[in-house]
Design a protein around this ligand. Structure first.
Ligand SMILES: [Zn+2]
Length: 87
């Protein structure tokens, strides 16, 4: 039987914090302030906020990179011990 993954509080908090600013929409990340999107292939370009966006300059300039960093930590925490068999 699968067990719960322990000690995810910091990662969960970062995910909640991230999703208060960004919305993951398929292959786009959207700013919750201005609703502008950025596709995965442009992740290393600065995020293209609308000129009127109230959170431009305040939120992560590279949200996909921030998302990947959180996902990497989650993937590391979620790694199964070697020898574990999927049931
Ligand atoms: Zn914006």
């Amino acid at each position: 039987m699968a067990e719960q993954i322990p000690n995810l509080t910091a990662i969960n908090n970062d995910l909640c914090d991230f999703s208060s600013r960004w919305s993951h929409d398929g292959d786009y990340m959207r700013c919750r302030g201005c609703k502008r999107p950025q596709i995965t292939s442009c992740m290393d370009m600065e995020f293209p906020h609308a000129a009127s966006c109230r959170v431009a300059g305040v939120v992560d300039p590279h949200p996909w990179r921030r998302y990947l960093e959180i996902m990497e930590r989650l993937a590391q925490a979620a790694q199964r011990p070697t020898g574990h068999k999927e049931s």
